[in-house]
Design a protein around this ligand. Structure first.
Ligand SMILES: *Cc1c(COP(=O)(O)O)cnc(C)c1O
Length: 413
């Protein structure tokens, strides 16, 4: 067992009791501590899977009850106008905008992430300079992004070249139409250089398409300032929109007039209710729409976003790094040496909001952790993944998770 570990603030702890005192003082000083009350959580479970399915916020149930009983049950079709259903995709997009560094009017919410990856990537290659033949894809990408990129390439007559995310900027050349990159790697938690990679892609004349699934809501993202062309993300992870809540699509304002959707459904028409036989695209963010919006899921997300009132992404980032630092320290002190190895970068500039630990028998270890009330997840072949959602995770939770992990691992020795 290691004796000492650096802790946030530069102090050193040498014993498990020191960790408990440290957790208590970090929680007492946490400016986001009260935000946890906006969520439906209990103390029986330490929930470290908010990077896969965010927790329920307290406002969702009353909001959905009103949407179902009054807006749908009583107003029925009138709600498309009177309850603002029709414009919900853009209105809720504008609520997500500040969380990803976007000015209003550039984000539309609807469809799954997979569908939005398709829209964004096909639209990107259609906007690329003529004569470009390849799409670069983050080699360690979440699988759906890779599958969709391959289909988009086949459809548009391009080839896909997988490249490690950190090398995509350098790999882009005169044949590159666009690149699809994950801001944070879902397995390792590695944070990639969005600004630098985007600038390098632009220098090569290519478009930058970012997947923000594991970064939006966990750390500051600066889509406008960093010149990102298109971006997508889901809303059921760090944005807590609920299972299957719709994803979002960002199209940079200057590119909107050239955004040529591969799925030009009637909702993206300039005059949807003109019911014209010919297609004419809407201006602005609605051009990214396809069909009828998922109103119940959209409005659950709308309510969930209330959890962000008065919260800054910088504050979230500071707590996220505090939590992951502290959890790493706790595991270093408590878990027998050599039994787990972090595959999440130690450097803050390269770390998202999770800690991934490589561990023998990881699937079994996670099953046992879950049975003992510590919920993370397992990613093949040997990774224990712990997501730290700063809005509702406490330092005491990080310590408890490390303690239970140590117990489980000692039990499987
Ligand atoms: C979670 C996640 C998805 C999910 O795609 P869906 O179509 O919403 O199921 C896609 N890409 C990445 C990188 C993800 O982390």
């Amino acid at each position: 067992m290691s004796d000492t570990a650096a802790v946030p603030g530069g102090a050193t702890v040498s014993d498990p009791e020191g960790l408990a005192a440290r957790a208590a003082s970090l929680d007492a000083a946490d400016p986001l501590a009260a935000v946890r009350d906006r969520f439906v959580l209990d103390d029986a479970t330490v929930y470290l899977d908010g990077n896969s399915l965010g927790a329920l916020t307290a406002g969702v149930l009353p909001r959905l009850a009103d949407v179902v009983t009054r807006e749908w049950g009583e107003l029925r079709i009138r709600s498309w106008e009177e309850s603002g259903w029709w414009t919900a995709p853009e209105r809720i997009g504008d609520r997500i905008a500040p969380l990803v560094g976007a000015a209003p009017g550039q984000i539309v919410v609807g469809d799954s992430t997979s569908v939005n990856v398709f829209k964004a990537l096909v639209a990107a290659v259609r906007m690329a300079p003529a004569g470009r033949t390849e799409i670069l894809v983050d080699a360690a990408t979440f699988p759906t992004d890779g599958y969709i990129a391959a289909a988009a390439a086949r459809l548009t007559g391009h080839t896909v070249r997988p490249v490690p995310a950190a090398e995509i900027g350098a790999a882009a050349g005169p044949l590159t139409a666009a690149a699809l990159v994950n801001h944070v790697d879902y397995r390792t938690g590695r944070l990639h250089d969005l600004a630098g990679t985007t600038a390098a892609l632009h220098a090569a004349g290519a478009l930058a398409v970012w997947d923000l699934c594991h970064s939006a809501g966990a750390l500051p993202v600066a889509l406008d300032a960093d010149g990102v062309d298109l971006a997508v993300g889901c809303t059921y992870k760090y944005l807590n929109g609920g299972p299957g809540s719709p994803a979002y699509l960002y199209v940079r304002r200057e590119l909107q007039p050239r955004f040529d959707s591969p799925l030009p459904g009637w909702n993206s028409h300039a005059e949807p209710f003109g019911m014209a036989p010919g297609y004419e695209p809407a201006q602005g963010a609605p051009r990214g729409r396809v069909g009828t919006p998922e109103i119940l899921s959209l409005l659950a997300l709308d309510a969930a976003l209330d959890a962000w009132d008065g919260v800054t992404t910088e504050g979230v980032r500071a707590k996220s790094l505090g939590l992951t630092d502290f959890f790493l320290d706790c595991t270093a002190v408590l878990v027998p040496a050599g039994r787990v190895e972090s595959v999440t970068p130690a450097a803050h500039a390269e770390r998202g909001s999770q800690v991934s630990l490589r561990c023998a028998g990881a699937a079994e270890v996670m099953r046992e952790l879950t049975a003992r009330g510590v919920v993370g997840d397992f990613r093949r072949p040997d990774v224990l993944r712990f997501g730290f959602t700063p809005l509702y995770t406490r330092y005491a939770d990080a310590l408890r998770a490390a303690r239970v992990l140590a117990d489980v691992i000692e039990g499987t020795a």
